[in-house]
Design a protein around this ligand. Sequence first.
Ligand code: MN
Length: 138
Amino acid sequence: MQPARILIIEDNPLNMELAEDLLVDEGFEVLPAADAITGIEIARSERPDLILMDLQLPGIDGLQATQMLKADERTRTIPIVALTAHAMNHHDDQAKRAGCCDFISKPIDTDRFPDQVRRILKAAANEAIGELTPSEVA
Ligand code: MN
């Protein structure tokens, strides 16, 4: 099986490095983007299995970027997980409304992070199967 490909859209280089290292160590393929425009381009061209979206980004923020990805036929089915700062709990609701399927609190818990990502990937895959018609599953 191909390793899952995960697009991380995160402007803080240290947060990016940590998340990328943890996921690469677990065998995931990581596509990094430091801003929303770059991330959206990569999402369209690479069709990753999952997007981890920092909400606080320069220029287009993570909520706007999520809405753009969900409005685009090419990227609307890719699950998006919000990376939200602990102190900003009100962002969790906003993230759901924008189209995020889940969220992971920052700073990320290095012990739990890989399992959180695996669990979300699995849930998203199950949901995608549920959306298929019987002939597509067969
Ligand atoms: Mn940020």
